[in-house]
Design a protein around this ligand. Structure first.
Ligand SMILES: Cc1cc2nc3c(=O)[nH]c(=O)nc-3n(C[C@H](O)[C@H](O)[C@H](O)COP(=O)(O)O)c2cc1C
Length: 376
């Protein structure tokens, strides 16, 4: 299968390029009877869209979604839901000098070696413009998960370049341009980004995404492991170079007596596992961390080669995100929602009749407010 479809039972097929007339997706396998409007989807798209602050790309895309099918009288019908987002602010001239060369760190070189040709305007399919449609599809999954199972999916920025962002409150996340859970640090983050932009450089970031209210039992023990599918989903986001579940790489130095989450009739005593054991959810929060690399398109001159292999230099002057991690939080939330909804429907299909011998243990507090391990 060509790699434009995600999921097994609940699937998303995405199409479109950064500088084409539109991007969009077809969401298939959504159960009938979910109340769904364009406003439900638009809310999520507005959190990801460009141009919302001086710290992100100044491309002006309203990212207005149109539902073309699959919804009748405000309810999903069980048939494919087609979503369309028209591109309105393409500016191809920004990419003129990229036809002949390759940006270090970007997909240009690998893309050309694979396809032998490329549309250099905005990176075509390798542009993160495509991730808008995942956020649109993810809005449907988030809504279904919340209404059907009480699952809440939220994310935040845990580190911006060298600045670690201690978690204070979920309340803070939507009140600053960084999705930082710590409003006290917002001025420092602003100063850091202003200096970075002036220098013409870019920086990486670390994000955390948490799904609360996931019941025990979602996921499978071998190839369909929940953690494996979450890792694949997160790694499918442009610029993501690392994914950790729960304590992630910190497990390397832990003892079994420290890492294994003890069970009591009142619930788990800790959540080092990040809510997943044996590829299956435990009922605790599912906790995922992502390392996002620095933007490749920077104003600083870098060495490269041209299409004939001769040495050249490249500096990118178009409209780019100086830290792509800033806009990636809603994308990571959407990908987690897509994985969980697909797994929920697969679990219902196979194990809907199972009655477990013990009742589900209550989960513990999120476990993301303390120090979280840094992806290396
Ligand atoms: C939300 C978001 C916005 C992005 N914006 C840019 C950008 O403005 N300029 C750029 O060079 N890369 C940007 N990227 C990253 C590139 O799409 C990505 O690095 C590139 O396709 C190479 O793929 P890779 O980094 O996954 O290997 C963005 C990524 C995300 C998630």
């Amino acid at each position: 299968m060509a790699g434009n479809t995600f999921g097994t039972v609940f699937t998303v097929t995405s199409f479109g390029e950064s500088h084409g007339p539109a991007i969009g997706c077809v969401v298939d396998g959504c159960p009938p009877g979910l109340a769904l409007s364009e406003a439900d989807i638009q809310r999520e798209l507005d959190r990801r869209k460009p141009g919302t602050s001086r710290h992100v790309t100044q491309r002006r895309e309203p990212d207005t979604v149109e539902i073309l099918s699959g919804v009748y009288e405000g309810m999903t019908t069980g048939t494919p839901i087609a979503l369309l987002i028209r591109n309105v602010d393409q500016r191809s001239k920004d990419y003129g000098n990229l036809v002949e060369t390759f940006r270090p760190g970007h997909a240009d070189y690998a893309y050309t070696m694979k396809y032998g040709r490329r549309d250099p305007r905005g990176g075509g399919r390798s542009s993160a413009r495509e991730t808008a449609v995942r956020v649109a599809a993810g809005a449907i999954a988030k809504k279904w998960l919340r209404e059907r199972h009480g699952v809440v999916i939220r994310g935040f920025m845990a580190q911006l370049g060298p600045i670690e962002i201690p978690f204070i409150s979920w309340e803070h996340v939507e009140h600053n341009p960084f999705f930082a859970p710590n409003l006290e640090l917002a001025p420092e983050l602003e100063r850091f980004m202003d200096a970075l932009r002036k220098a013409g450089d870019s920086v990486g970031a670390k994000l955390t995404v948490v799904a609360s209210g996931v019941p025990p039992g979602w996921g499978e023990p071998v190839f369909g492991r929940l953690d494996a599918e979450i890792a694949a989903a997160m790694m499918s986001i442009n610029a993501v170079k690392g994914v950790e579940i729960g304590d992630g790489f910190a497990v390397v130095t832990q003892r079994g007596s420290e890492h294994g989450d003890e069970l009591t009739p009142q619930g788990f005593l800790s959540n080092h596992a990040g809510g997943i054991l044996g590829g299956i959810s435990t009922g605790q929060d599912v906790v995922v961390h992502l390392a996002v690399k620095p933007t490749s398109s920077i104003r600083l001159e870098r060495r490269s080669i041209d299409l004939r292999g001769a040495p050249t230099t490249v500096a990118t002057h178009g409209r780019h995100d100086p830290c792509v991690g800033i806009r990636a939080t809603p994308i990571a939330e959407a990908m987690l929602a897509l994985v969980l909804m697909d797994q929920a429907l697969r679990h219902r299909a196979q194990c809907g009749d199972v009655v477990p011998p013990v009742s589900p243990l209550p989960g513990v507090a999120p476990g993301v407010v303390g120090p979280v391990p840094s992806p290396r």
